[in-house]
Ligand binder design. Structure first.
Ligand code: FES
Ligand code: FES
Length: 202
């Protein structure tokens, strides 16, 4: 099939886009979202946003290109969510936003304006760890620990939505989280044990 006959974007057309206007593909959707939310365009100066993070309302000013992860880590001092790949591939930055898991490195902070965000720092109640955190420690489900906050946030959300997951459901729930140390069997066991403990009220 010739290039002209192929449906969709041709290779040549794509390369032209890269040379001349890829910004229109990758950046403008976010700016459009921001424009719709504020009614006026955002930037180049800072934008003021409000987040409810782990139950506390926070008002911060962010550069419009700041990711939610950078806002959490660098402006709010919540460094539990890890910046590992910083491009949406590893899941180390997973947080719960309005009840759904999101990759904080792949979302603009201005697009989270008004949202409720839960991070690993918000799970423990005082000195008492969340059952998933306790199970990860008991089952040795971490080595270097860089992936661990993301795995735990994905697991916490799973158990909220499905208190009795099967092994396959556990594997699916954390399938967006990568562990280079290879702790997967321990993670699956920990989530299973946390589910059982939570059902008993633990
Ligand atoms: S740091 Fe966000 S997906 Fe890897
Ligand atoms: S414990 Fe090291 S990457 Fe998962």
């Amino acid at each position: 099939m010739s290039e002209q006959q192929k449906p969709g974007l041709s290779r040549r057309g794509f390369l032209k886009g890269v040379g001349g206007g890829v910004v229109g593909v990758t950046v403008l959707p976010s700016l459009r979202t921001a424009t719709a939310r504020y009614g006026t365009s955002v930037g180049p100066g800072a934008a003021r946003i409000t987040l409810t993070v782990n139950g506390e309302k926070k008002m911060i000013e962010v550069d419009p290109r700041t990711t939610l992860l950078d806002a959490l880590r660098d402006q709010l001092g919540l460094t539990g969510s890890k910046r590992v790949c910083n491009k949406g591939q590893c899941g180390a930055c997973t947080v719960i936003l309005n009840g759904r898991s999101v990759l904080a490195c792949s979302m603009l902070a201005i697009d989270a304006d008004g949202a409720t965000v839960e991070t690993i720092e918000g799970l423990a109640k005082g000195d008492e760890l969340h059952p998933v955190q306790r199970a990860f420690i008991k089952d040795d489900a971490l080595q270097c620990g860089f992936c661990t906050p993301g795995f735990i946030m994905s697991s916490v959300l799973l158990l909220r939505q499905n208190p009795s997951p099967t092994l396959d459901e556990i594997k699916y729930a954390v399938s967006g989280n990568l562990c280079r140390c290879g702790t997967y069997p321990h993670v699956f066991k920990a989530v299973d044990e946390a589910a059982k403990a939570m059902k008993k009220g633990g």
